[in-house]
Design a protein around this ligand. Structure first.
Ligand SMILES: Cc1cc2nc3c(=O)[nH]c(=O)nc-3n(C[C@H](O)[C@H](O)[C@H](O)COP(=O)(O)OP(=O)(O)OC[C@H]3O[C@@H](n4cnc5c(N)ncnc54)[C@H](O)[C@@H]3O)c2cc1C
Length: 381
């Protein structure tokens, strides 16, 4: 494994790392990706919700057209359980082809893998980065196959393997998401549902001929829900969600993942930068986390292309990149945290205020446009 000392080294070929590598290649900045998993590995079974803005990025890096199993969301129905207030978002009203898209994680990572090969980006599969030392002139990466240096190391490891600085913002919600595919009596017709309940939000996202369910509950309750047998699970889901899609007929294997807000940020000093889930982990309620991660990746590539090669990865370049990302990331974090905290309780005055909020969203077109654009494009919508 020999690397060119001028190459940007990217840790992780997940969506953030791969998009960053493709965008760097388009900008003519040499890059190499180090991916712990072997080439043959398929991504896991999770389902991703992509914003319209994320689609634009995937188009720019030449991946969008290669994606097979993408389901558009053209309408979103937003409600709260046990109280008044319903709002509808409609792509046609907002003059966009779709409000968002749903696709399997494995589908996206497979298309990105092909695109990296097609663009001639070097990817070392089966190479795990174990530690990164941050120097003045270079970052030194200790990997399972030896030591490499680079003017810039991009950490896109999903935030779960390399040691990271303590998050600057951290909030534990004591909520866990139960995720699985479900089949409903009525076809989805590209409509998604977001339903707020005092235990946490639940979402149904159209995915192929089924729905991807993200059911949030307190961590103890989520464990109980995930352990129910199929019949009891479908019954509980119907009571939780109501019958807008008819009965729930089938559910795939349930998985759980704990939800939190953690913002470590991208300003790790010169020579090392964090993007995607390595920089921030968000609650899925507003579908912001993944999309912010793609924007990190794309904007970082532009920032790298903006400086002469001898300034690549220096403190000034990374500080400028971090400044450029601040409003988008803070906006996504704040919006998500606001939704989780405002909707996940049963305090009567708040319940009524939420009902009024949903009513306002329904009847005030400028507010609707504001919320929809934020969900589609982030804080700079
Ligand atoms: C369990 C779980 C379930 C989720 N479910 C959903 C969901 O239902 N819907 C949704 O929208 N979002 C979901 N998310 C969030 C979504 O997966 C992330 O937003 C997205 O995958 C982040 O992309 P990323 O590229 O930053 O990280 P990742 O997708 O995590 O990719 C990181 C990559 O880095 C590689 N890697 C890790 N460590 C190293 C190392 N030391 N050296 C080399 N390579 C390394 C990994 O093998 C992987 O390929 C979920 C997240 C988790 C953790």
């Amino acid at each position: 494994m020999a690397a060119d000392a001028r190459e940007v080294l990217i840790v992780g070929a997940g969506p953030a790392g791969a998009v960053c590598a493709l965008a760097l290649a388009q900008q003519g900045v040499p890059a190499r990706v180090l991916e712990a998993q072997p080439f043959e590995a398929r991504g896991d079974t999770r389902t991703l919700a992509l914003s319209h803005g994320a689609r634009l990025i995937l188009e720019r890096v030449g991946v969008w057209d290669a994606l097979g199993a993408v389901t558009p969301i053209t309408r979103i129905h937003i409600s709260q359980r046990g109280a008044l207030g319903v709002a509808h978002l409609d792509a046609a009203e907002l003059a966009v082809p779709a409000l968002g898209y749903v696709l399997p994680y494995a589908e996206l990572t497979a298309a990105l893998k092909q695109a990296l090969a097609g663009a001639g980006v070097a990817v070392d599969y089966g190479v795990a980065v174990e530690r990164i030392d941050n120097g003045t002139d270079v970052a030194t990466l200790h990997t399972s196959r030896g030591v490499l240096t680079a003017p810039l190391a991009v950490v896109a490891d999903g935030g779960r393997s390399l040691e990271a600085p303590a998050p600057r913002v951290r909030r534990e919600y004591d909520q866990t998401a139960v995720v699985c595919d479900v089949r409903t009596e009525l076809p989805h017709a590209s409509r998604a549902y977001e339903r707020f309940t005092p235990d946490g939000p639940a979402a149904l996202l159209p995915n192929g001929d089924r729905y991807a369910l993200v059911w949030t509950a307190s961590t103890a309750e989520a464990g109980r829900i995930a352990a129910l047998d199929d019949a009891a699970f479908l019954d509980a889901l119907y009571r939780h969600f109501g019958g807008r899609q008819g009965r729930f007929l089938e559910a795939g294997p349930r998985k759980t993942f704990p939800l939190k807000l953690a913002y470590t940020g991208s300003e790790a000093g010169a020579r090392v930068v964090r993007i995607g889930n390595a920089a921030q982990t968000l609650h899925p309620v507003a579908g912001q986390g993944f999309n912010i991660g793609l924007r990190d990746a794309f904007e970082l590539a532009l920032a790298c292309a903006d400086v002469p090669s001898d300034q690549l990865g220096n403190a000034a370049m990374l500080a400028a990149y971090a400044r450029g990302r601040r409003a988008d990331v803070a906006g996504g974090l704040g919006f998500t945290d606001f939704l989780v905290r405002t909707f996940s309780n049963d305090f009567p005055p708040l319940r009524h205020a939420r009902g009024l909020g949903l009513l306002a969203l329904e009847v005030l077109p400028p507010l609707k446009t504001f919320v929809a654009r934020r969900m589609m494009f982030g804080a700079r919508g």
